[in-house]
Write a protein that binds this ligand. Structure first.
Ligand SMILES: *Cc1c(COP(=O)(O)O)cnc(C)c1O
Length: 386
């Protein structure tokens, strides 16, 4: 046997294994599964983006190694998007770095700042790479529980001084996966204060900035004075443009932090396929109509799911953003057991909360990535087993 490195052994256990297996088995048996588990848009990438890619692929210049720091035109398009969307100014040369999807940058960033023994302050539940990146860097995790009684906000007062002394990174993600929680500018102001006082680097993950409902517009961390001195913000084209498979996103913010991540990456990858960057520019420049349509689609699904489940006695709240619904399960049940039960009795796939962290026990996550008729069918199936 080959002995795995400590850093691999130290990763949190992969808790979806058993559910994945049960899901595969159900599919093989030909059962009619409704999969509300996947955080991956079911709709295709908008045609205008595909058309730009098809043309760009025909250009031999796009076939060579791309620039490590991304195409200047792409960085300018990102800066312009930021200006229109958030009224925030960013230097395309120093404060923006395109990524092979934001997951890549999120996972690599701690390599630039974490030494063995340093802490990262990570919300729990969370998107798993926040934890993985720090563990791969030899760092330690201090978990910040996101609890319903705090509206899934972080309680800074609970963090011990001894941890704060050795903490370097602080992660946050609003609109939040998996809880669907959102935040306002006031919270970001608090974060800037907190980071200054404790000399922390703030990592804001804004993957869901464009998926919002009921007139709500998620803010950027950089709308707050002083934020650029303490942090960076990750963005992704994956969810906004149904481009999860394309692998393109970016990080923006403090120029020293960006330069450090660029240095790490120059030793690992060699840039993003230029044709994809050209298509990404088209996406950012022509986004309004697509985004409105997409939000209407998810909003309708959200309403059908929540009204349907609540008519069966559930008590779900409508999230103002993301395509997730975070649901409390009956008291005393474990989220893995409840997930298995839904699969076995109703052929419904959901994601058990514990997969995102221990503070998410007692919850499951529904993804609004199937069409309305299937959501109605899911409600019908639940009615029969409850
Ligand atoms: C989907 C997602 C991402 C984006 O991943 P990409 O690597 O850009 O596809 C980042 N953060 C969160 C919270 C997500 O759910």
């Amino acid at each position: 046997m080959f002995k795995l490195s400590k850093r691999l052994q130290n990763l949190p256990p992969y808790l979806f294994l058993e559910i994945d297996k049960a899901k595969r088995k159900a599919r093989q048996e030909g059962r009619d599964i409704i999969d509300l588990g996947i955080g991956d848009p079911d709709q295709p990438t908008p045609q205008f983006i595909i058309d730009v890619l098809s043309k760009a692929v025909q250009e031999p210049a796009t076939h060579r190694y791309a620039l490590d720091q991304g195409m200047p035109d792409f960085r300018h398009a990102i800066a312009s998007w930021y200006r229109h969307r958030f009224n925030v100014e960013l230097s395309p040369d120093k404060e923006i770095l395109p990524l092979l999807g934001s997951k890549e940058g999120i996972a690599h960033f701690p390599l630039a700042f974490i030494n063995p023994g340093d802490y990262s302050l990570v919300p729990d539940p969370c998107y798993p790479p926040y934890k993985g990146g720090t563990i791969f860097s030899g760092g330690r995790l201090y978990l910040l529980p996101l609890l319903e009684k705090n509206n899934f906000f972080i309680d800074f007062k609970k963090i011990p001084r001894t941890v704060l002394k050795k903490a370097r990174l602080f992660y946050m993600n609003y609109p939040n996966n998996p809880t669907g929680a959102t935040c306002g500018i006031d919270f970001y102001k608090e974060v800037v204060e907190f980071a200054r006082k404790n000399r922390l680097i703030v990592i804001s993950d804004l993957a869901y900035s464009e998926i919002a409902y009921d007139g709500y517009k998620p803010p950027s961390f950089f709308e707050v004075e002083g934020a650029k001195e303490v942090g960076i913000e990750f963005h992704s084209l994956s969810k906004t443009y149904n481009m999860t498979g394309w692998r393109v996103g970016w990080v923006s913010g403090n120029e020293n932090l960006i330069a450090a991540l660029a240095k790490v990456k120059s030793n690992i990858d060699s840039g993003i396929f230029s044709a994809i960057q050209i298509a990404a520019i088209a996406a950012l420049e022509n986004c309004q109509e697509h985004i409105q349509k997409m939000c209407r689609l998810y909003q309708e699904r959200r309403d059908v799911l929540i009204e349907g489940f609540n008519s069966l006695g559930w008590q779900l709240n409508k999230p103002k953003a993301t395509f997730y619904v975070w649901a409390k399960i009956p008291k005393g049940k474990k989220s893995i057991d409840f997930t298995r039960e839904l699969l076995e009795k109703a052929n419904l796939v959901v994601t058990p909360g514990v997969g995102f962290g221990k503070y998410a026990e007692g919850y499951i996550r529904f993804a609004l990535t199937v069409d309305v008729s299937r959501i109605q069918e899911a409600v019908e199936r639940l009615k029969k087993i409850m």
